[in-house]
Design a protein around this ligand. Structure first.
Ligand code: SAM
Length: 423
């Protein structure tokens, strides 16, 4: 029952108060309560429609907690590794714990009604696109119009549970050697397809169990993010700016891959920058960490390489952060694109003649990717678009897009821009 009390607290913060899912968990929350919370957020549109059909009256206002408990119950009877009736009993008891004792009969009846008529109820959701695809309508429209041929696969990947992916620190050992270490302790994994340093675990594992994790032999990072460092390809001794660095995944990968560079890790959120410092410390790497706004940052000298991993809608990583489907609004996308363009101009001003800038996002929406680049090239005609020759993703007029793959990498966008020596 405790798992439902925790889950309702977390779901209330996310669904009713618009807070981020990851940030809601306490050390005392069990893995089961996390599974229920993530599951409800992932299946929110589907589960809400079932509640609407079965309860037939709105459960808002003072009944908001009852609504959340029913969502958690419906998720549990279909998805937990225990008999459905055990979940029903635990949810009914939780009603009592939430001071919803008066609703115990209703909770019991709704869940048992669902179990009896599951097939009919699920079949009747077919007409409701949001419920069937488990995405908000605005996002369905945007993904369909951007990626008509890949639409079904993208939706399926977004609704799947993500793999846990590692980046092996090549300064210590090869990816194969680390895979052998994992195999020796019975952790099953396989290598990535596109990034040399990537390993996919067959099942998520506690990082404390991973060989030499505390000494930085491996880090958790999706394969799509691991493709960025090679696109920047800084040379020995170069001044490199990681212009939106926190929490530092790409900062660390750049330093692991190119140990001779002088790297500045910049971010305007001081608390997030501290996470960059912790990551650098764990792995034993060094960077100059600067808490500043890129829009006004004045460097003493220009940089020969700049990575702008811009803030974005995160629509390429929905399976890792399913709350994006609830927290983002359609109106956010144009605002994000305006910010991204302003950040790109700010980064460009800091780039040395002859330098290279990589723009990346974990978005799959053209408004934040190709269209930002298009506007930039109209405003800065002397900028040079550099090709990205790769065996992965979709080549675009501006840049290259990777879409989320159910079994493998996240969705990500990449573009490379050079500044002429004489400009
Ligand atoms: C997508 S995240 C970066 C992820 C990071 N590159 C990594 O691989 O771990 C974007 C970051 O940009 C930062 N940011 C957003 N606007 C900024 C600005 N004007 N100046 C500096 N940092 C900014 C945010 O605080 C956030 O940490």
């Amino acid at each position: 029952m405790q798992e439902y009390l925790s889950a309702v607290r977390v779901l209330d913060a996310v669904i009713n108060d618009g807070k981020s899912l990851d940030a809601q968990f306490k050390a005392t929350d069990s893995p089961l309560s996390k599974q229920i919370s993530y599951g409800v957020v992932r299946d929110y549109f589907h589960l809400s429609e079932i509640v609407r059909q079965v309860v037939k009256k709105p459960l808002a206002g003072k009944n908001a907690e009852l609504h959340l408990l029913l969502l958690a119950g419906l998720y549990s009877v279909d998805n937990l590794n225990r008999p459905a009736h055990a979940s029903v009993n635990a949810v009914v008891n939780a009603a009592h714990g939430l001071k919803l004792g008066w609703a115990k009969g209703l909770v019991n009846a709704v869940l048992r009604n669902y179990l009896r008529n599951q097939q009919t109820i699920n079949a009747s959701l077919g007409d409701n696109l949001e419920a069937r695809l488990n995405h908000p309508d605005w996002l369905i429209q945007r993904i369909r119009s951007a990626w008509p041929a890949q639409f079904a696969a993208v939706i399926a990947a977004n609704n799947a549970r993500p793999p846990m992916t590692l980046r092996v620190n090549q300064q210590h050992m090869t990816t194969q050697a680390y895979l052998d270490l994992l195999t020796a302790i019975d952790i099953k994994a396989h290598t990535g397809t596109f990034a040399d340093s990537a390993l996919y675990l067959a099942a998520p594992a506690n990082v404390a169990l991973l060989p030499e994790f505390a000494r930085g032999y491996a880090s958790v990072q999706d394969e799509a993010s691991q493709l960025v460092a090679a696109l920047l390809a800084p040379l020995e001794g170069m001044r490199v700016l990681d212009a939106c660095a926190a929490p530092g995944g790409k900062t660390c990968h750049l330093l692991e891959s190119f140990p001779g560079i002088k790297l500045t890790a910049l971010d305007f959120e001081a608390a997030r920058l501290r996470v960059v410092e912790e990551n650098l410390q764990r792995i034993g790497l060094q960077a100059d960490c600067v808490a500043a706004d890129l829009l006004t940052y004045a460097a003493t000298q220009p940089y020969e390489r700049i990575l702008l991993d811009a803030p974005c809608s995160a629509t390429g990583i929905i399976r890792r952060h399913p709350d994006i489907k609830l927290l983002r609004r359609n109106s956010d996308i144009d605002k994000l694109a305006a910010t991204q363009l302003a950040l790109l101009h700010a980064a460009w001003r800091l780039l040395a003649p002859g330098g290279i800038l990589v723009y990346s996002t974990c978005s799959i929406l053209p408004t934040e990717n190709e269209q930002v680049l298009e506007k930039f090239f109209v405003a800065v005609p002397e900028a040079i678009l550099m090709p990205i020759e790769a065996s992965w993703g979709y080549p675009l007029t501006y840049g290259r897009q990777l879409l989320p793959d159910q079994q493998a990498h996240d969705g990500f966008y990449y573009a490379r821009i050079a500044k002429a020596i004489a400009s």
